[in-house]
Ligand binder design. Sequence first.
Ligand code: F6P
Length: 423
Amino acid sequence: MKSKARPAPGRLLYAQSGGVTSVINASAAGVIQNARAHGIKVYAARNGILGALREELIDTSKETTAAIEALRHTPGGAFGSCRYKLKSLDANRAEYERLIDVLRAHDIRWFLYNGGNDSADTALKISQLGKAMDYDIRCIGVPKTVDNDLAVTDCCPGFGSVAKYTAVSTLEASLDVASMADTSTKVFILEVMGRHAGWIAAASGLAGEGADAPPHIILFPERVFDEAAFIAKVKATVERVGWCTVVASEGIRNAEGQFLAEAGTRDSFGHAQLGGVAPVLAALVKDKLGYKYHWALPDYLQRSARHLASKADAEQAYAVGKAAVDYALAGMNAVMPVIVRTSDAPYRWKIEPAALDKIANREKKMPASFLTRDGFGITAAARRYLSPLIQGEAPLPYGRDGLPKYVQLKNVAVTKRLPAFEQ
Ligand code: F6P
């Protein structure tokens, strides 16, 4: 992982990849502020690796200190993101040669890729370019994903905030349905993200504890959806409590392995576009039990809700960006700064480097010990893991208009030096 010689002074390229989060820009701030402190100029690629291929680079040195600091509380991806999978070196050598040409043309010696497990794969492939194509480039992955499914790291920047949003929303909507249940709505269904792993759905369990507290039913992608057991539990809960809150992961599947809610489109990684399981469940409740329902699909609201970010998450997002620069400047290659938990209560954590090949293309699902025996709830062990991640608030500056003061960067383009690339 560590090499002896430090590369010659050059520039650092940072790019954002995959689904963005409410704190990914805090990682960008960690990268840019630390690099500036070391006198290193940071370029950002517009729309992730595509910006590198198209030579669409942004000169972050044109941004003020205040603008970079404001990234710490601005959601979305300030430089644009992408879902784009690089093929293997053998399958598309031209693409890799183009990347090297762009890096060389702009004297880029460090590449930091901020993303999830697919992006860790991209980062790993680029880290292997140096050797294969005789260009001295150090490549570091920066973790991010609301799905919390990266291997090795204890948690993923972006998750703590979506977990807090989900737990708070579950609690608030449950107070609403409880008020209405006598004469109106009896079932509320919240659909949350997480294609293959139920971490976000699990976080809703922090809203309450005990059989009668919401959420009464959590549906995880780790468990096959059992329609009869689901309907029976909704009925029993409404009869006992008077109302029922259900939280469903977008990724739940039936016994045939089909998603309950596949929209029919796929991204370039081959992932199915999901969204719409809540209305499917609501229709089922109405058909089988006749209860009045409401359902909600927060979709992008959950991963952009910076107003409800977790303090721990915002701090970790910044810390991994900062550490990535330290690792790059120390001559490391093909690593990612990961979060290591050293204590649950009080919650303590530190950052360590981990090899990218232990992270790329792997998915960390919820362990069986985190799910209750009936598969509809979370255990005490899950609470111990999840609870620290939603602790604390990360307050925002608000303007006179009542809106958060989010920053819009200038994103000044670097002059192109190469002919256009045909993809
Ligand atoms: O990046 C993870 C994620 O937020 C998933 O939970 C969700 O299914 C997906 O992204 C949505 O991706 P997109 O924004 O590309 O449609």
